[in-house]
Design a protein around this ligand. Sequence first.
Ligand code: FAD
Length: 370
Amino acid sequence: MPIYQAPLRDYQFILSELLNIYQQTDLRGFDEIDADLTDAILQGVADFTTDIMLPLNASGDLEGCKLVDGKVITPKGFKQAYKQYVEDGCATLTCDPEYGGQGLPEVIGTFATEMKTATNMAFAMYPGLTHGAYSAIHVHGSDELKQKYLAKLVSGEWTGTMNLTESHAGTDLALLRTKAVPAGDDLYAISGEKIFISSGDHDLAENIIHLVLARLPDAPEGVKGISLFAVPKFLVNADGSLGEANTLSATGLEHKMGIHGNSTCVMHFDSAIGELVGAPHQGLKAMFTMMNQARLGVGIQGLGVSDIAYQNALVYAKERIQGRALSGVKQPEQAADSLLVHGDVRRMLLSQKSFNEGTRALMQPTSIMA
Ligand SMILES: Cc1cc2nc3c(=O)[nH]c(=O)nc-3n(C[C@H](O)[C@H](O)[C@H](O)COP(=O)(O)OP(=O)(O)OC[C@H]3O[C@@H](n4cnc5c(N)ncnc54)[C@H](O)[C@@H]3O)c2cc1C
């Protein structure tokens, strides 16, 4: 199995030396943290990702998700791991305390995302999409919508998705055809098909809140006629309990290299009941709160995967013996020296290390602004 050492020393260097965050007491979320607290939180995430998520990465990818009778079953171990993830409060780190979050600065969330994506990107995408849905509703949703959904999304008891793409509408969302028809009581009936929906269906959580882009009947042409809707897998009763199943389902699973443990679904909406997020025809703007987070998240995914690749390349270069160093024998007790003695191997490893450390440092100011 690959090894992983969470770069905790690097994190503390960035927090205290580069960003000097312990002195930024005038910023929201920064006034109550110190090095002991961030150490404890990051160590907790490091333990969870290394002990629980990493062992499920290869097995999850080999087994993959399965679509059985319209329901997605995640690979062995994912359900138990996700339960522990929620119980440990991992989902709540940077979320609004009003809805049960810990209110920590976004930099802590960025480090947590790096550790999660390094050890198991497929698993990390379930809470990743949820956090994006939380943010879009938090920024654009009505008070009623926030009360209905945010606490459960913050805790991770419910998860979220992002439904933009249709088979004929990828980059160009002006082409999308999914319809939303008023159904009374501020509700809408959503009909259409979305593809490539990450975490579209699964067995990790009791409800899934789909954020769906669709057109109202009077919508102008193009991207100015797109609205955003919150469409739950199970309808939510006035007292917060779960009601009947909504008329939506996963009808297919895509296969994406290296992340078969994440369910990438074709989603079919058949007059499914949803509520507006934000104003009519302003849906793309609201969805971009989620999209922009997803873009930053994809950058962090690249760093996470690059760092675990570097760490394992380094272990291999130390263990594998081939040839002798040009400057003379370095390990006479062995039949050959380790790969690490060769200049070009060192150059490649140091390039990886410097790209990773530079990227990690560059990402943090971005996350302070997010
Ligand atoms: C891992 C993964 C997860 C995803 N998860 C989700 C999800 O959760 N929800 C969701 O809705 N979608 C999701 N998608 C779909 C993703 O958003 C689309 O793939 C994306 O919008 C691109 O659409 P497309 O694949 O149809 O490519 P196309 O739009 O067909 O584009 C093909 C190529 O042409 C380029 N191109 C297109 N237009 C222009 C232009 N005007 N100028 C220059 N170049 C252009 C594109 O950059 C691309 O390289 C996911 C995709 C992947 C790979």
